[in-house]
Design a protein around this ligand. Structure first.
Ligand code: SF4
Length: 345
């Protein structure tokens, strides 16, 4: 519980990565604290929970009832007894939460709708691909719209993608929409003797696409014994240089369970700030890549949507997409429970 500007400052003063955006002075905490105090009161008064993605700014993670990746947040949304959910992330993630829990009101405070990955493909484009590859199994990453999920066979996350691809009985797979993750799947299958034909789409997360192998070489020279953890949305040439590859929740476990002098996390830098708050003694180095969509969330907008939500703030789904998209998500839970042959990526 944050009960004063000083308590907020004590929580956030260790955060250094990200330049001035993520520098927390006592003065900045004094400006932020009144919002936090009012949001905490509003949560109780209106039986609302706040779910925040690991990529949003740390002060938003501190007001959240739960912080995690898109899959973890969706699971929380599914089980909550609260009347309303404020989803501090991006709209397509809030749509997934609504899909899993259609009776709840789900509100999005972000003022920048979008995501380069989710926006790279539409439902009608999936329909066209279905005609092009009539015998393929359609696998979509969780970072997609509900319209895309409604047209695919099974959804995956960065933590279960390899497990599910291996478990699927079909050889021919259309993987949507992340081109770099599709290429990583291909490499994984080749390395583990798994026969799959993977068709890719040309979508990327612009944040993970920014990393290149030269950055890792540079950081290794500057910081001997640095542990390099890479998200599978990065290019295969970057993944190949990693000490660890995994989703954001798997990276968090990796940092918690290892004892290295330095860590370089190749993912949106909100994860490094989250881990810096949790482990003030650990040292995170390297560049900071920020997602403009995730960072468009602000405390002032969280308070605004809790007080007076507009139609734009509410998540509404096309009724025709709900049932097929739910089937796509349910298939993920079924296939993810099958043991994996090749080991995690
Ligand atoms: S980091 Fe931003 S752009 Fe990349 S997948 Fe997440 S929301 Fe989309």
């Amino acid at each position: 519980m944050i009960d004063s500007p000083e308590a907020l400052y004590r929580k956030l003063e260790a955060v250094k990565i990200g330049g001035t955006t993520c520098l927390y002075t006592l003065e900045k905490c004094q400006q932020l604290y009144p919002y936090i105090e009012r949001i905490q009161q509003l949560k109780t008064q209106t039986n609302t929970i706040v779910l925040a993605h690991s990529y949003v700014s740390p002060e938003l993670q501190l007001i959240a009832d739960f912080t995690g990746d898109s899959f973890e947040l969706s699971k929380w949304a599914k089980t909550t007894h609260a009347d309303r959910i404020v989803f501090v992330a991006v709209r397509f993630m809030a749509e997934t939460a609504k899909l899993l829990n259609p009776s709840k009101e789900v509100l999005v405070p972000s003022f920048q709708d979008g995501c380069t990955l989710a926006d790279s493909i539409t439902g009608p484009q999936v329909d066209a691909l279905r005609k092009q590859y009539p015998h393929a199994t359609f696998v979509c990453y969780i970072n997609t719209s509900v319209a895309v999920k409604a047209r695919c066979d099974v959804c995956v996350t960065s933590s279960n993608v390899m497990r599910i691809i291996e478990a699927l009985p079909t050889t021919e797979i259309v993987f949507l929409p992340d081109r770099l993750m599709a290429q990583n799947i291909r490499v994984h299958c080749q390395q583990h003797g798994i026969q799959k034909q993977i068709h890719e789409w040309d979508g990327v997360c612009y944040v993970h696409d920014e990393y290149d192998p030269a950055m890792i070489d540079y950081i290794r020279q500057q910081y001997p014994n640095v542990q390099v953890a890479v998200h599978p949305e990065c290019a295969p040439a970057v993944v190949a240089l990693a000490d660890f590859v995994g989703s954001t929740s798997q990276m968090m476990a990796f940092v918690a369970q290892t004892d290295a002098p330095y860590y370089f996390l190749l993912t949106e830098c909100g994860l490094a700030t989250r881990l810096q708050v949790a482990h003030p003694d650990k040292v995170f180095v390297g560049t900071c890549t920020m997602c403009r969509y995730m960072k468009s969330n602000r405390l002032a907008d969280v308070e605004r949507v809790m007080r007076q939500p507009t139609e734009r703030d509410r998540v509404l789904l096309d009724p025709a997409d709900i049932e097929p998209a739910q089937r796509c998500l349910d298939a993920m839970f079924t296939w993810a429970s099958i043991p994996q042959k090749g080991g995690v990526i």
